[in-house]
Each structure stands twice: as C-alpha cells, then as structure tokens.
Design a protein around this ligand. Structure first.
Ligand code: BG6
Length: 465
C-alpha cells in the first residue's frame, strides 16, 4: 500500500467525527493502511486528542492502544480557510509529518467542509505549493488527490462555478467528488447482478417493467445538523446525489465495460433524459421549533417525485422516489415492479405483479416476489419471496462505505467518483424540480409521511412498498 499524508479539512465537523475518523481507525486497526500520517484542519482551537476523542463512540471494536497510536500519527492545525497565511502553517505541518514518518510526498486532501469553501481551499493549497496540478498521464512518482464531499454546490450555477474554479488548480483525474452511496457494496452490486446474469437484461425495459420505486426513509431527524439541513433540505441533501445516482444505476444502458468512466458515461445519459413530472414536499410538524431554524422556514424534510426517462427503453415507465426525515422507519430500497403476467387462472386474475427488490438498508440484499401455487389447491395462488441476503453472507468482510472510499482513493480507483458532467446534470434536474413550485404538506413525526402520500398513490395507481 502506498504511503501518504491525509490532510483532513473539517476534522472538527460532524462527518469527520461520525464517519471519516472511524474509517481511518478501522483501516489502521485492520492494517489496511499503516504508512501514513494525518493533518487535521479546523477553525476551533483544540488539540488532536480532544478531536479524536469525540469520534470514539462511533468506532466499532475500539482498542485504546491502536487509538493512541493513531493519535500519535496525527497533528492538528487551527486555520481560517480564507487566509493564505494559515495555509503556510498547514504546509509546515504536512512537511513535518512527511519528514517524521519518512513519507514520499503522496497527499490526500479531504474537503469535509461547506462547498462554498472548495474553490478557496483548492486555490490556497495550490498557491502555497502544497497541492500540485498533475498532467493527465502523471509521470511523477507521487500523487496529489483531492476529495470533495456532497452536496457539491447549491444549484447548477454554483456547482459549475466550483468546477471551473477547482479545475484551474487540479486535473479532473485528481478529483474525487464523493457520494458514499456509490461506495456501498450492495449499490456496486446492482450493475454486477444486472449485467452478469442473462436472466435480467431481456426483462429490463418497458415491455416488462411497470414502474420503479426508490425509497430512502429515515427515522432520524436533524441529528444536530440543523443549520446545514435548513439550507439544503431533503431534495438537495439526498435526492440530488444518492437518489439520482440510484436511478441512473438502475436505468443506464449497458456500459461498454463494467468500470469507471464507462459506467459514468452510461449514467450521465440517464440524467440527461430524466424528467421530473409531478411530486410534492413535506415538512414535519415541529421542524420550525428546532433550534436555529427560522419560524417561517420552508425547507423540505420530505420529498416525493415522479420522473420519466425520455427514451425508448423506459418510455411509459414512471420512476417514483420517496424520502424523508423523522419517519416511522429507516429503510432504503429499490423496488422494480413488473407487469402482470397474462392471466390464465380466472379465479386469481389479475395475478399480483412480481417485484425485484434491491434492499440497501436494513439488510443488504436482493429478493424477488413470486406467485406460487397454494398446496392442495387447483386455483389459489400465494406470494413468496426468493431472498439473497448479501450482508448475512458477506457481513464480516464487507467494508463500511467510508472505508471503501478511502481505500479506493489511496489506490487511485476512480469508479466511486462522480464526474463533473454528472454533478452538473443532476443539479439541473434539482433546479427544474424547484421551478415546478410543488406543494408542501405537513406530517407528524414518527409516521410514514404526509397523508397526501395516499392521494398521490391513488392518482398513479401505485402501491408504496
Ligand atoms: C447523507 C445525508 O448524505 O446520507 C444524511 O446528509 C442522510 O442526511 C444520510 O441521513 C443517509 O445515508 P445512509 O448511508 O445512512 O443511508
């Protein structure tokens, strides 16, 4: 494994505490990375031990000795990211770490900060000569890679602006725009299942598929991220990225090969043809009383949308999405509903449709809902399921999304990165949805969402899964 320094901007933030530091710890504990050092950057005056301690409760299989060793390899710099002079201090710390641990100059810049700062951080890192722009066919012996977390921008215009700015200082090949959904094992498995089994592809079209649902329901509410959430809402927090990625993976044409840019080329074609046609927003009752939220906030904590894909494969097949916070369950799944079978059993007509369900949470797996014959009956049908529980079989070896993300970046594997055009097309879709002025309904915490869900289901003859 190559050596590197990880420069983590936003180490005092929520994501670093819950996901990134625990992922570094686990990779280190499992000896998947060892020749490295960390430089954390944040605004507050603190020391590295205090910062790491806040992440303790999110670490599985915690071991004090390993934790101490990780802290020893880490340094913290308090910096104002708008000040170039503070980047000289960050550089000093990076050089010191490289020297101390005899590292060769590979640098992983991780921006877990507000997207408004991406341009400034990239520019400042470049100006103090901490970050070099690499030629597309990098002949240097070292790499500099930079990670930008989601949401990448606020809308199409800001995303484009950020892209234009960062691309002055780094090459696209050095950039990793991250969406942790793409790094989930089961999400990666979608294309494998679809394209390595002959039985699926002939059915993957409007002759056989009736509709598709993508559901990302969450029990959690704001989890202390109130200010962030009020600025983005559900549409920009999870639809622009996770849900549009899932739609494009399900709907894409077969890529030339099952890897990197081939998959991105296919996914982008879906985003270009994806058209929102109807939907509504929701906000849970009590949202406006949450700390830091304005009493007239119109932020959405719930979204339902209906999309169509304007091409011959998907013509007439609606894609429904549903997501929300403070609901009665945490479930993430993709449900592909097939058309009714031709009816030969008059007593049971129409037969229930088959569903192919790709479950992302709570269990990771794939199941098919089937009609089978009820024993001792000539005409009755019962429903059954063929289940493949991915996590039950592979759980011990399955890395968490953030562990995969870090390992992929370190090894230069780019399939987890979202490309510039994907980001920009997805923001165009979000801008279009906002311009539709969809209605907003209220719902009670701990329920399945606004009661208008049912009206919407009736309108489209849809059965929410
Ligand atoms: C994050 C969102 O990107 O995804 C959160 O910012 C959301 O609001 C989370 O809770 C959902 O991810 P997962 O992996 O828990 O389904």
């Amino acid at each position: 494994m190559t050596d590197f320094v990880l420069i983590l901007f936003g180490i005092t933030g929520d994501l670093a505490k819950r996901k990134i530091i625990p992922a570094i710890y686990t990779l280190f504990a499992k000896n998947k990375i060892n020749n490295f050092a960390v430089v954390g950057v944040g605004l507050e005056q603190a020391n590295i031990r205090e910062i790491f301690n806040r992440a303790k409760e999110f670490i599985l299989d915690f071991d004090e000795e390993i934790f101490d060793k990780l802290i020893e390899k880490s340094d913290y710099v308090a910096a104002d990211l708008n000040k170039l002079s503070d980047f000289e201090n960050i550089k000093k710390s990076v050089l010191m770490q490289e020297n101390k641990y005899n590292l060769t100059g590979n640098r992983l810049f991780y921006c877990s900060i507000a997207a408004e700062l991406y341009g400034m951080v990239t520019q400042n890192c470049s100006q103090v000569k901490l970050l070099d722009k690499e030629k597309p066919n990098n002949l240097n012996n070292f790499w500099h890679r930079i990670v930008y977390e989601k949401p990448f921008g606020q809308d199409y215009e800001t995303a484009k602006l950020i892209n234009n700015l960062i691309l002055k200082y780094v090459d696209e090949s050095q950039i990793f725009r991250i969406d942790h959904y793409i790094a989930k094992e089961i999400v990666e498995a979608i294309s494998f299942v679809r394209f390595t089994n002959r039985i699926f592809e002939p059915l993957w079209n409007n002759y056989h598929i009736d509709s598709v649902q993508i559901i990302l329901d969450e029990e959690v509410c704001l989890e202390g991220r109130n200010l962030y959430y009020d600025k983005y809402g559900a549409l920009k927090d999870v639809v622009q990225n996770h849900i549009l990625q899932l739609i494009s993976l399900v709907a894409m044409e077969p890529p030339q090969q099952l890897s990197g840019d081939y998959i991105r080329d296919s996914k982008v074609q879906v985003l270009r043809k994806l058209v929102p046609t109807d939907g509504f927003f929701g906000q849970y009752i009590g949202y406006k009383d949450e700390s830091g939220i304005k009493s007239n906030s119109t932020t959405d904590t719930f979204v339902v949308m209906r999309f169509i894909i304007d091409d011959s494969r998907w013509s007439g097949v609606p894609f429904y999405i549903k997501t929300g916070k403070c609901l009665d369950r945490k479930t993430t799944k993709i449900c592909i509903r097939f058309k009714h079978a031709y009816c030969l059993l008059s007593k049971s007509c129409p037969t229930e449709p088959n569903y192919l369900i790709i479950s992302i949470f709570p269990e990771e797996g794939i199941s098919i809902e089937l009609n089978v014959k009820k024993p001792n009956s000539r005409s009755e049908i019962i429903r059954t399921k063929i289940d493949y529980c991915y996590s039950c079989i592979f759980e011990p070896e399955t890395p968490q999304a953030y562990e995969s993300i870090l390992l992929d970046i370190i090894s230069g594997e780019r399939s987890i990165s979202v490309r510039q055009d994907e980001i920009e097309y997805s923001w165009q879709i979000i801008d279009k949805i906002i311009s539709m002025n969809l209605p907003m309904y209220q719902y009670k915490k701990g329920t399945s969402g606004p009661k208008e869900l049912e009206t919407f289901a009736n309108k489209y003859n849809l059965e929410w899964k």
